[in-house]
Design a protein around this ligand. Structure first.
Ligand code: 3PG
Length: 211
């Protein structure tokens, strides 16, 4: 465990339990970020993951943070520099597709709620060694789907997950029914080019899923 850690696992658990689905957002136009966040929060999804895959992402995080009730975090954070930028933009949590010792150390030092990606037993063991117990199971379908997650939960019964990658409105309930799954993530809530009405309707359907 990092001896300068400010990390409290209950904080990421609180984020994960705040909504059954975390929309994974790829924001191309920061000018639309605030109204998209309003449509999502109004629909019942208040945890928003803005992926650092576009030039607009950091500005989008700042603007989405202005929406009352929104819990805005950064996704696709793959190194300490990006984590620092995401924290500077006001991210309330950090999601990564994977876990490296360097990123884990930076996250623990930052004190931000941190959800690193895992896809196998070795990844989980690295996380547990660092004091992490809450993980993004990514890419959930490609890494073996529900049978793989159930198998991983045998030796690692203390771990909790947010499966993401290939999950849809139709398949989300099977995942959410698992006791080790606190929420799921997905990009289906905000497909490229979706209108605010579509985003709001998708959020309502997702928010109605039992968490
Ligand atoms: C992610 O970044 O978490 C995934 O790309 C989201 O996966 P999905 O597009 O299959 O929902």
């Amino acid at each position: 465990m990092n001896d300068t850690t400010n990390f409290d696992p209950l904080e990421i658990q609180r984020v994960m339990k705040s909504a059954p689905v975390i929309p994974v957002l790829v924001v191309k136009d920061a000018g639309k970020a605030r109204e998209q966040a309003e449509a999502l929060v109004d629909g019942g999804l208040k945890v928003l993951e803005v992926t650092l895959r576009t030039d607009a992402a950091l500005e989008a995080i700042k603007r989405m943070n202005l929406v009352p009730g929104a819990i805005v975090g950064a996704g696709t954070v793959v190194n300490a520099r990006q984590l620092e930028e995401a924290q500077g933009a006001g991210s309330e949590f950090i999601v990564s597709p994977g876990l490296t010792p360097a990123l884990g150390d930076a996250a623990l030092t930052s004190g931000l709620p941190f959800l690193p990606g895992i896809a196998n037993a070795g990844d989980i063991m690295l996380g547990l060694d660092m004091g992490l117990t809450h993980f993004k199971f990514f890419p959930a379908m490609a890494a073996g789907g529900i049978p793989a997650l159930k198998a991983l939960s045998g030796p690692f019964g203390q771990a909790k997950f947010c499966p993401t990658g290939g999950i849809t409105l139709e398949t989300a309930p099977e995942w959410l029914a698992l006791p080790q799954v606190l929420c799921v993530g997905g990009s289906w809530i905000v497909p490229d080019g979706a209108s605010l009405e579509e985003i709001n309707a998708n959020a309502r359907h997702a928010a109605a899923l039992a968490g």
